[in-house]
Structures are given as C-alpha cells and as structure tokens.
Design a binder for this molecule. Structure first.
Ligand code: PGA
Length: 256
C-alpha cells in the first residue's frame, strides 16, 4: 500500500494560481513513485489542472493524481450549483473528497447523502476519500470512537464489499484549520480503531484502503504522524497551498 499525500485546497486559488503552483511543484515530484500524490483544486480550476497534468505526463513520469473536493450523486438534471460524476470523469479526475467536515458542518450534509455520493463515486470509477471525525465536544465527552464508527457505518452502508475502491480520512474537527493537530498517539488510537472496523466490515478486504490523517498537518508534525503504523497518508489543507511546504511534507513521508 503506497502512502497517499493529498492536497485539499478548499476555496483557494484561481486558474492562474493553480497553473503557477503546478509549474513550481511538478518538477519537484518528477519520477517520484514511492508514494502517491493528489491535488484537489476548486472546481473552476480542475480543467486547467487536468490539461497541465496531462501535458506534464507526456514529457515525464509523475505519480500525481487529480481530485475533486465534492460532487453530487446524480449524473445530470435540475440540481443548480452541483457537479456530477460524469463531469469529473470527463476531466480525468481520479479522486473525490466526500463528507468533509466543512461540507457536514457548514453545508449541513448528512450521512445518508454522503452514502449516496459514495455509491455514485465508486460506480463512476472515482475513488472517494471519505472524511470522518469528531468535534471537540464529542472528544471531551469520550465519544470519539462512537462518532467515527457511526459515520463510517452509515457512509459505507451497502458498499462494505467495495472497501478496496475507497480511502478514509480521519480529520478531527477541532484540528482542522486550527493549527492544533492531533498528537501522533491520538491519531494512531483512532486509525487503529478504523482499521479494525473496516477490516471487520469488509471481511478482510481492506488491504487497499488507506487511512489518512488530516487536521493541521504541516512540515513540522508530518514526520512523527506518518511513523504511526496505521497512518497511511495525509489530507493536507492550509500547508498544501504553498508548493514548497507541501513538498516538505512529502519529503518527511519519504524519510520513513
Ligand atoms: P488543514 O485542513 O490542514 O488546514 O487543517 C485539512 C482538511 O480540512 O482537509
């Protein structure tokens, strides 16, 4: 299983910013195949990023994949403002982030909707990264593992047998964008729990499913976090916006 180091740019970067970033970033990860890298720009920049990656791949070898930050589950129709899996397929998108805590908490996405999106993504050959995680209040009440288990069971209801086609990101809500990351021990406790849960749910068919950690990952904490046996990569927000910082995180992973 290769580590997956994914950049979630959220609502940042125009098309021009995206192209400038890739121009700087891509040469640093040329011929780097020990790990997999994914970049998820906003929807408006996906097309340009896709063309840029395609051109780069004609001139050299890159293990850099493209991701979307969300999608709707229907293929087309009267869903103003939404993006369909077919639209992502057309742009050679490989991954789609689903159930991110900002989607859940700011936009009110519920587990049932996330479940439909998970089904649809897999059906359309997109590899979903399902995000789960507890709030600070839930952690303080000792409910972390219960919350994470419920989110995973509901989001994966009916697709337990397809575990090899998806990845999971554990992102404690209190650690996202706060500069307050989970300690390696806190992350490992939850990752270990998730691993045994998905192993049980999939009847052992989880050897291709990576469990990423997300929440204030940066170049200083990445080294210790990635050393945890059940941390299989990262979903990086703010520190991925700068190509040099994102590359530094990648170098920490390569040192393991
Ligand atoms: P952060 O975001 O690295 O800025 O905390 C992570 C995420 O939300 O995926």
């Amino acid at each position: 299983m290769k580590y997956l180091i994914a950049a979630n740019w959220k609502m940042n970067k125009t098309v021009a910013d995206t192209l400038e970033y890739l121009e700087l970033f891509l040469p640093s990860v040329k011929d780097l195949f020990e790990i997999e890298i994914m970049i998820a720009p906003p929807f408006t920049a996906l097309s340009s990023a896709s063309i840029k990656l395609d051109t780069a791949k004609k001139e050299g070898e890159y293990n850099v994949k493209l991701g979307a930050q969300n999608m709707y589950y229907e293929e087309k129709g009267a869903f103003t403002g939404e993006i369909s899996p077919l639209m992502l397929n057309e742009l050679q998108v490989d991954y789609v982030i689903l159930g991110h805590s900002e989607r859940r908490h700011i936009f009110g996405e519920k587990d049932e909707l996330i479940n439909k999106k998970m089904f649809s993504a897999i059906e359309h050959g997109l590899r979903p990264i399902l995000c789960v995680g507890e709030t600070l209040e839930e952690r303080e009440l000792g409910k972390t593992l219960n919350v994470v288990e419920a989110q995973i069971r509901k989001a994966l209801a009916g697709i337990e047998k397809d575990m090899q086609f998806l990845d999971i990101a554990y992102e404690p809500v209190w650690a996202i964008g706060t500069g307050k990351n989970a300690t390696p021990g806190q992350a490992e406790e939850v990752h270990k729990f998730i691993r045994s849960l998905i192993n049980e749910m999939s009847k052992g068919n989880d050897d291709k499913t990576r469990i990423l950690y997300g929440g204030s990952v940066n170049e200083n904490n990445a080294g210790d976090l990635i050393k945890q046996p059940n941390v299989n990569g990262f979903l990086v927000g703010s520190a991925s916006l700068d190509p040099e910082r994102f590359y530094k995180i990648i170098t920490k992973v390569l040192e393991v």
